[in-house]
Design a protein around this ligand. Sequence first.
Ligand code: VGL
Ligand code: ZN
Length: 197
Amino acid sequence: MSALIVIDVQNDFCPGGALAVPEGDVIVPGINALMADAEAVVLTQDWHPAGHSSFASEHEGHDPYSMIDMPYGPQVLWPDHCVIGSDGAAFHTDLNTDRAEMVIRKGFRRAIDSYSAFFENDHETPTGLEGYLRARGITKLTMVGLATDFCVAFSAIDAAKLGFDVTVRLDLCRAIDLNGSLATAKQNMVQAGVTLA
Ligand code: VGL
Ligand code: ZN
């Protein structure tokens, strides 16, 4: 059985949002169309408490989009985004959420970020998505959404490492592309055994 995993199609990642991904909204109609034929649909939602440690505003003298060392490894500092319950954290209004059988929220612990839908950025704290998919007999995943080079890539690589058969539809993703991060993410996905389509 297969599932469509829609990563972080939220207002803050779309034009006008706090961490806008260029053209982040243009993928929405194509994603909605893909849902019609999907056997199962899972949505993920970036979901940070105010004052989250990935926000540059929490680190005096550090600008958004700069890097910092966290106890769990290097971390990009972001503008405040996807704060729990805010409009920015809501799904894009045109995204069809009716077909979603599971919504997985991530990044809700203040001290640690979570790009991947499977593990937080320490690469070991699980979100529970793996267990959900296995319990439903889902082995094949198609991933779409935002942003290609962060949450989509981290999710796809973790899924492939866990043994899922993963395809990323690049035409239904858009990237932030910080210092070549898109090219690196594509290489890393291919190396992990992810199919790029
Ligand atoms: C994301 C940066 C920070 C993403 C989430 O969804 O790719 N990127 N939080
Ligand atoms: Zn985030």
